[in-house]
Write a new protein. Structure first.
Length: 170
């Protein structure tokens, strides 16, 4: 609706249809369904939250992901510039990855990531590692402070084990 600030709206997502849209706060589920063209009565009558159709209302989560995602990208670029073992940083929003390499020039991948993964787990950070790529994919509702806490653990791991990683034979 023109003139309404984004903060005065919330994201409504109807599942399983996937229909979504921003709706003014305070609207009923029925009003939201009409605005978004979802026939909740055809699914389960007036029982829109009966389990057959699910509705998620997310207040500001996508805007948060956009803002915190920009911060994440900047922080990953900082890590890449400070640590020779970080060959590349890839990110879009809150979906990101660091590629660890033995040599930035040749981009030769680190073969053994076990010590790196163990360091992260021992410090309370659980992430997915595939080959020499560390995936950093926090939830959309993460705060910047929480993200910085996790990135501090990753930076400690890079600092403490970058020399042994760089010395691993091919």
């Amino acid at each position: 609706m023109p003139g309404k600030k984004e903060s005065e709206k919330c994201m409504v997502i109807f599942q399983p249809s996937g229909r979504r849209g921003n709706v003014e706060k305070g609207k009923t589920l029925k009003e939201a369904s009409v605005m978004l063209g979802v026939d909740i009565e055809g699914i389960c009558g007036e029982k829109a939250i009966c389990g057959k159709c699910r509705v998620r209302m997310e207040e500001g989560v996508f805007e948060n992901a956009r803002q915190v995602g920009a911060h994440l990208g900047a922080r990953l670029e900082e890590l890449k510039s400070r640590h020779p073992v970080v060959g590349d940083a890839r990110y879009i929003g809150l979906f990101s990855a660091l590629e660890l390499v033995k040599d930035k020039n040749t981009k030769e991948a680190v073969k053994d990531m076990a010590a790196f993964g163990k360091f992260l787990r021992d410090h309370g950070l659980f992430t997915f590692i595939f080959g020499s790529v560390v995936f950093i994919v926090p939830p959309l509702c993460i705060t910047q402070a929480q993200l910085d806490e996790g990135l501090a653990i990753i930076e400690q791991a890079l600092t403490q084990i970058s020399d042994p990683l760089a010395a691993i034979p091919a």
